[in-house]
Design a binder for this molecule. Structure first.
Ligand SMILES: Cc1cc2nc3c(=O)[nH]c(=O)nc-3n(C[C@H](O)[C@H](O)[C@H](O)COP(=O)(O)O)c2cc1C
Length: 212
């Protein structure tokens, strides 16, 4: 853990928000105010994007039953998708499954994909945008930091992509030319996970100038 940075956050709300955000997987059922949700979505739209493409679109589910049915549909096709993805990218898929699958058990069987969050934001981008992965990542991070700054919690949900392979996908009404890149769940968390230790020895100055 790079404690030197963490110990010096006083007075800097932005850094505090960045360091305090966690992937939260337990939520109160309370709905998010429209005003608060709009602020979070506006923050997502303020993300940088390649060639100012702003490729994101948000499809939002807020009904418990809708979210539960999406979760159930994804769980059903997970084994099939896991095999398919493992054949395409064996190392990456096995690593992902080993890390993320235990979290699907975390909810004790109820809503294992969206963890009982009251709001799920599916983020899509045009299928033919080669920068979409990066743009959507930045947009999602803005959503999550904005949420944290407003007293909410969040978690990115990569498994949400599998919604496209389920019979309930049509309910999102995503047009043919778009694809789901990621979902972000939002709500008032009821857990405060400890931060994971961060990787070290990953900063390499290739040509360090002295500071004046
Ligand atoms: C692209 C991406 C996909 C993720 N997918 C899932 C997911 O499907 N389910 C889940 O519970 N967490 C998911 N996570 C959350 C990560 O597990 C979490 O960010 C990581 O363990 C680090 O924890 P932290 O966010 O609290 O620092 C995902 C994170 C990212 C960036």
């Amino acid at each position: 853990m790079k404690t030197a940075i963490i110990n010096d956050l006083t007075g800097n709300e932005t850094l505090k928000t960045i360091f305090e955000r966690r992937a939260v997987r337990k939520y109160r059922p309370d709905m998010i105010d429209d005003d608060v949700l709009n602020k979070i979505l506006d923050a997502g739209c303020m993300a940088p994007s390649a060639m100012n493409g702003q490729p994101w679109k948000f499809y939002i589910a807020t009904h418990k039953d809708t979210i539960a049915s999406f979760s159930e549909a994804i769980v059903k096709i997970m084994p099939k998708m896991a095999i398919k993805e493992t054949l395409k990218h064996p190392v990456a898929t096995i690593k992902t499954l080993l890390h993320e699958l235990p979290h699907t058990m975390h909810s004790g069987g109820e809503d294992p994909i969206f963890h009982g969050a009251p709001v799920v934001v599916f983020i899509t981008a045009p299928k033919d945008n080669e920068w979409a992965g990066l743009d959507i990542g930045m947009c999602a991070q803005n959503l999550m930091l904005a949420a944290k700054s407003l007293g909410l919690d969040s978690c990115p949900i990569g498994f949400a992509k599998f919604i496209e392979q389920t019979p309930v996908f049509h309910r999102l009404e995503v047009p043919d030319g778009e694809t789901v890149q990621l979902a972000v769940i939002l709500g008032y968390g009821v857990e405060k996970p400890e931060p994971h230790p961060r990787a070290e020895h990953n900063v390499i100055f290739i040509d360090r100038m002295e500071c004046c």
